[in-house]
Design a protein around this ligand. Structure first.
Ligand code: NI
Length: 405
């Protein structure tokens, strides 16, 4: 990307910034839960149509895709935003706080949408200088399994024309506004859900020998699950197994006949991920057998490991340096065990998922994701917009080497 293009991208991003802030606040006021983003997707559709882009709607229920054709023919790059909010009651005092009681954009998806719409505005103005196509993908239901990404891929959003690179970003309150976090390789975890039902035999609390105490069995299982990561998996591979919920028992003097444990299992390696349910079964079956109890394990595989393509991430680094300067690149040192369904796109197409710095204590933008006081420094919208637009240019006009490798 030549420096004149970088300059133009910056100028347009600055000019449309007030409009993007208004958009973000509108979206913020009317947050919608996963797969119920009807008002949101209507708004996105209107904005893309205003740019005279061909638009497809109703993909995976509420998903929207717009496509911009550059003047010259070429490849296709995609920019993705997620659209859903969370079942959280907002505790901020902004005039634009949520009007949908108990629902809040507490993960910044309102910002992600504004950045991708912003990129659509910028790139539409510069389409005569663009070789190839840009797809703008607005995805429902990132927060709830099975997520919207998978069904959008099944519906063919990466085809016709075939997408050869995909980029997205996520707000990050641990990164100062003005910076963009990047990382090669595994960056976010595979996150699976499990439910274990332990079936014992009830009885009087004074006569334990006549029953099979599901509470004692479950306590052994909870302890033993921790030996999966500490004793059964290579210690250099991060694994988290957390039991977050226990249900069981009816009274203090009754032997409990049934306990349900619910939890999450996370790791950063596909092969390790395949081992975890097998190891869970081994541990649970051994313990229940020794107690003459039985069990059912319901294991639900979640979003895969999110792995950024090094070439695509380098392209992002080059773009950030051209638009914002090298100082804006924030190298993320270690992965996190959170999950994100952008990972499905990256399984199909090389690309990179960036972190958009939103932290600014002066604007109270310090709270982590899913916090009822979560907020952002809106300057980040301008930064996200220009970087995404720049990446599309860089990908289509300059460097296409990485998607052949
Ligand atoms: Ni999120």
């Amino acid at each position: 990307m030549q420096s004149e293009i970088a300059k133009k991208i910056e100028q347009i991003s600055n000019r449309i910034f007030p409009k993007l802030v208004r958009l973000r606040r509108q979206l913020h006021q009317y947050p919608e839960l996963a797969f119920g983003e009807f008002r949101t997707s209507k708004k996105i559709e209107e904005l893309l149509k205003k740019l005279s882009l061909p638009v497809k709607t109703g993909i995976a229920r509420t998903g929207v895709v717009g496509i911009l054709h550059g003047k010259e023919r070429g490849g296709t790059v995609a920019l993705r935003a997620d659209m859903d909010a969370l079942p959280i009651h907002e505790q901020t005092n902004f005039p634009y706080k949520s009007k949908n009681r108990g629902v809040m954009h507490a993960c910044g998806h309102d910002v992600h949408m504004s950045c991708v719409i912003g990129a659509a505005f910028v790139l539409s103005e510069l389409k005569d200088e663009l070789s190839g196509n840009v797809k703008f993908i607005f995805q429902p239901g990132e927060e709830v399994l099975p997520g919207g990404a998978k069904s959008m891929i099944q519906a063919g959003v990466l085809k016709n024309p075939a997408v050869s690179g995909i980029f997205g970003l996520h707000c990050d309150s641990s990164i100062r506004v003005g910076k963009i976090g990047v990382r090669d390789g595994p960056t976010m975890a595979q996150a699976d859900d499990f439910e274990i039902v332990i079936i014992g035999k009830g009885g009087h609390g004074a006569r334990p020998q006549d029953g099979i105490d599901a509470i004692v069995v479950s306590s052994q299982i909870i302890q033993a699950l921790q030996t999966i990561s500490s004793r059964k998996i290579n210690p250099v591979e991060p694994v988290v197994i957390s039991v977050g919920k226990i249900e069981g028992g009816s009274a203090r003097n009754i032997i409990c006949d049934r306990v349900v444990l619910k939890g999450t299992a996370r790791c950063l390696n596909k092969r390790v991920a395949r081992k975890i349910p097998i190891l869970l079964n081994q541990v649970i079956s051994g313990i229940t057998k020794s107690a003459k109890a039985s069990y059912r394990l319901n294991y639900k595989v979640g979003y895969p490991v999110l792995s950024n393509h090094p070439g695509a991430t380098d392209l992002a680094r080059v773009t950030i340096a051209k638009i914002l300067g090298k100082k804006a690149i924030f190298e993320i040192k270690s992965p996190v065990m959170g999950a994100e369904d952008f990972a499905y796109f990256l399984e199909k197409v090389p690309g990179s998922f960036l972190r958009l710095g939103i932290n600014n204590p002066e604007k109270n933008a310090i709270y982590p994701w899913h916090h009822p006081k979560f907020t952002v420094d809106e300057e980040a919208i301008k930064i996200g917009t220009s970087v995404l637009a720049g990446i599309a240019f860089e990908f289509l006009n300059a460097d296409r080497k990485f998607h052949r490798s």
